[in-house]
Design a protein around this ligand. Structure first.
Ligand code: 5RP
Length: 233
C-alpha cells in the first residue's frame, strides 16, 4: 500500500468505528482527515448516520464539509455550546504514548481547540508518522502574533532548537494563518519532554499556541503498508 492508500484506510476505518448518530463532531484538517470527512459524508448521504453537528477545524475542512453536505456549526453555537463528543484528526508525528505533533497544515490553533473541547479524541495516520521522540524530525509549529517574530524565535532557540519562520508557497513572504498570525517551525536538536514543552512554549509572550498535543490520550488508528490498521489506545 502506498501512503495515499494508507491515509484513506486509516480515515475511513476510524470514521466507521467511532462516529455515531447525534454526535457533536470535530473534524480535522489535512490529507488524512479529509477521508474521515468523506466517509462521514457518505454515511450521512446513505442514511446510516443522522443528526451529526460538525465543527471543522480549518477553511479546508469547512469546504470539505460543504462538499459532503455535512451540517457545520461554530464551537460557540447553540448546537455545540463549546463542547464536542468526538474529534478525529490527522497528525504529523505520534509517539509511543499517542502524544502527537500537529500543525503541518497550519491549523493547530483550532485543531487544539477542538481536541481539548472533546470528550474523546482520535488520531488517524499512516505508519510513517510513528516516532520515538516528538519534534526532532518533523518540526513543532508554533503560532505567534507577527509582532513577536524575533523575540519568540530567540526564546525558542534558547530551548536548543532550530527555528524557521514558515514561508508561504506561491506568495512572497511568510504563511499567514487563518487568524492573521505567523508560524515558527521548531526542530529540537535533542529529545525534549513534550509535556513540559507544551506548557513552556505557551509561556513565551506572543505565542498563541503550539503543536504539541500531550494532555489527551487519543486512540490512534495507524494504517500499515500491509493493509492492516493498528488501533492503539
Ligand atoms: C494540519 C494538521 C494535520 O492533521 C497534519 O499536518 C497531518 O496532515 P496529513 O494527514 O496531510 O499528513 O495538523 O494542521
Amino acid at each position: 500500500m502506498n501512503s495515499d492508500d494508507m491515509k484513506i484506510l486509516a480515515g475511513r476505518t476510524a470514521a466507521d468505528a467511532l462516529v455515531k448518530s447525534g454526535m457533536k463532531l470535530g473534524l480535522g484538517t489535512g490529507s488524512t482527515a479529509v477521508h474521515v470527512i468523506g466517509r462521514v459524508g457518505e454515511l450521512l448521504a446513505c442514511g446510516k448516520l443522522r443528526d451529526v453537528a460538525a465543527f471543522p477545524t480549518s477553511f479546508q475542512s469547512l469546504m470539505d464539509c460543504e462538499k459532503w453536505k455535512i451540517p457545520v456549526f461554530t464551537l460557540n453555537s447553540r448546537e455545540l455550546e463549546g463542547g464536542l463528543d468526538l474529534t478525529i484528526d490527522g497528525a504529523d508525528e505520534v509517539d509511543g504514548e499517542n502524544r502527537c505533533v500537529k500543525g503541518g497544515g497550519g491549523a493547530l490553533l483550532i485543531e487544539k481547540l477542538a481536541a481539548y473541547a472533546s470528550s474523546s479524541f482520535a488520531l488517524v495516520a499512516d505508519e510513517r508518522k510513528l516516532v520515538k521522540s516528538l519534534g526532532m524530525s518533523f518540526p513543532v509549529p508554533v503560532e505567534i502574533i507577527p509582532e513577536a517574530r524575533v523575540q519568540a524565535a530567540r526564546a525558542l532557540e534558547a530551548f536548543g532548537a532550530e527555528v524557521i519562520l514558515r514561508a508561504a508557497l506561491r506568495k512572497a513572504g511568510p504563511v499567514i494563518t487563518e487568524h492573521g498570525n505567523l508560524i515558527l517551525d521548531v526542530r529540537f536538536r535533542e529529545s525534549a519532554d513534550p509535556v513540559v514543552m507544551e506548557d513552556e512554549i505557551n509561556r513565551i509572550p506572543g505565542v498563541v499556541e503550539n503543536g504539541f498535543f500531550t494532555r489527551l490520550r487519543p486512540v490512534l488508528y495507524a494504517a500499515r503498508g500491509d493493509g492492516t490498521v493498528e488501533v492503539r489506545k
